[in-house]
Design a protein around this ligand. Structure first.
Ligand SMILES: [Ca+2]
Ligand SMILES: [Ca+2]
Length: 306
């Protein structure tokens, strides 16, 4: 089903009336800082422009309702936070990470690389996003965090992710329609990246200041106070990936099925993404075993138990 643009604008009035942003919080010293995302509704997907070709996965939008407020990581999970998990749990960060080979302009599996030995960032800092994490690593982390805090930490659903990333925006990007206006908000493949690597892909014609991974929160947040939803590292969501929204739950629940998924959703694109691949509705996916230098985690939390 296609949605006429005028109808879409009417439907997308969005965030619950009277919602006001609450202060961020964290449940322990090395726990992720959390932002309360208000309840609301939104159109998930992209209304195609006349003549525009978009993947089926996003071009048949669905009206979604997020019935209750929830909390989402203010930032991508950081190296410091993931290291606390490794230290306290004894979990081993595996090796074998998909990295970008600049010389050959392609991704390749580097069996010697992993969270502890990333190619990027070249000089890792505590506040860089944790990367080279598989879906299982992400689940292990949120499981540990839930046990440690006694609170229902988990991965975000795909609906929650897009709702939170849009933060009330109906545009192609949370900041508006143009990729070239996004360098204040998102670390993508931009002039800085192009000057450094110059691989053959479209780039944003502005300078976000980062040719590689940026520390979390280096750029401006969206209207919900969330940083780096678009770009930097792509983020795992709980949902199995499908190539259509037909039949999916129309609320905040993740769309998963017993027996496991061949592919899980990845959202937001990364610092390596051409801007068109980092639009807010673009649906990425990967095998749950994939560890990649451009993939990380953002945690979510149910609030009813608080
Ligand atoms: Ca960049
Ligand atoms: Ca991100």
């Amino acid at each position: 089903m296609r949605w006429p643009a005028v109808l879409a604008l009417v439907l997308l009035s969005g965030v619950a009336q009277g919602a006001e942003l609450k202060s961020p919080f964290r449940d322990c010293g090395e726990c992720p800082e959390m932002v309360v995302v208000p309840a609301g509704s939104f159109l998930m997907g992209t209304v195609p422009r006349p003549g525009e070709s978009l993947p089926r996965a996003e071009r048949e939008p669905v009206l979604m309702r997020i019935p209750k407020s929830f909390a989402l990581g203010r930032f991508e999970l950081t190296r410091r936070e993931f290291r606390a998990f490794l230290r306290e749990s004894g979990y081993e960060a595996g090796v074998g990470c998909r990295v970008w080979n600049e010389a050959e302009e392609r991704f390749e599996l580097d069996r010697a690389r992993g969270f502890n030995q990333p190619v990027e960032p070249r000089v890792p800092r505590d506040d860089h996003p944790a990367n080279c994490l598989s879906f299982a690593d992400a689940k292990a982390y949120v499981g540990w965090l839930a046990k440690k805090t006694g609170k229902p930490y988990r991965l975000p659903s795909e609906a929650e992710w897009e709702y939170a990333a849009r933060a009330g925006s109906t545009a192609r990007y949370p900041w508006g329609e143009g990729a070239d206006e996004g360098c204040e908000f998102a670390n993508l493949y931009d002039l800085a990246g192009h000057e450094h690597a110059a691989f053959a892909a479209e780039y944003a014609h502005c300078n976000d200041g980062f040719a590689g991974l940026a520390p979390v929160g280096a750029l401006r947040p969206n209207a919900f106070g969330l940083f780096d939803m678009i770009g930097n590292v792509a983020e795992w969501v709980e949902d199995c990936y499908t190539d259509s929204y037909a039949g999916r739950p129309r609320d905040a629940r993740a769309w998963i099925w017993t027996g496991g998924c061949n592919l899980h959703g990845l959202r937001g694109g990364s610092w390596l993404s051409p801007p068109a691949q980092a639009r807010v509705a673009v649906r990425g996916a990967a095998e749950p075993t994939l560890r990649a230098s451009d993939v990380g985690v953002r945690v979510a939390l149910d609030l009813e138990a608080r």
